[in-house]
Write a protein of this length. Sequence first.
Length: 318
Amino acid sequence: MKVIMKMKVLTQKIRNITKNGYRYAAMLLFSRIYLFKKVFLYINRLNQVDKFESITTLTDPAVELSKGASVEEIVGDLHQDGCSAKIRLSHKSLSDIVNFADSTRCYAYGDPKQGFYLSEKEDCEYKLQRDILLAKYFNFQQEEVFNSLINSSLLESIAKKYIGSGAKNIATQLWWTFPADVDTNTRSKAAHFFHRDVDAWGFVKFFFYLTDVGKGGGPHVYVKCTHKPSLIAQIFKEKLRINRHIDTAVIKRFGDDSVTPIYGSAGAGLAADTFGFHKGESPESKPRLMLCAVYATNDYGVQDFIADPQELGVYCDL
């Protein structure tokens, strides 16, 4: 019986991997091995335009550099540490996106049938008979308030300098994380345990807080210098798997000083190579609203928060 159950689980995993095409399946299988990923990035970076124009003196309507920072400095941080907290949203972009989120329905646990407005959250939880840890926004990418972010020349410049040729915005994601009494499995599915992302051969993500995030506020946590693991470490310590890892194991392996919670006021941003170990902490006191722009060399069509409009807002339509 156990063998049959294992075979069913394996078969389902294979179906899930191959349903988006064999190119995607091959990427998931091989790009998790940093040695292969390193070769790809080396070649791809050779193909980039060496004299890609610096835009540190130009105005980007959506994103700003921290005072005194430059694109080259951020790219250097990405190469060395895997992350850089030297960007932020412009005041206008922050205000416009927050207003959009306040007046638009989000969806509990990313289920298109569990839509609610923020004012309806408690009623929706009562109807679902469970706390809501996570709620995503769907089909917002064409809204005017997101245009300047999606077309940000600053983010594109950082991505191209870090990944190389072909880097482009492939997804924009927006979601709430709420204080919630939920089990470990739910937190794991919400990526609240350390893990690596395998989204493309070459990719970088830009996270922006849309609410103030201090201690207990659900910060993004990055483990510095883990984005370039050795093959030996991946084989013997990670067994070439993309799993969830508990805090104590990560701290024991990399040291407490490497584990870096990112705190900041609304608008604060982070550029991160999320092939390195990272997680989102579960908020303890107040909700966190997060925006993420994903840049990659290939778009496999699985990153954007998109749903069939006809399926939206059924279950929690209060």
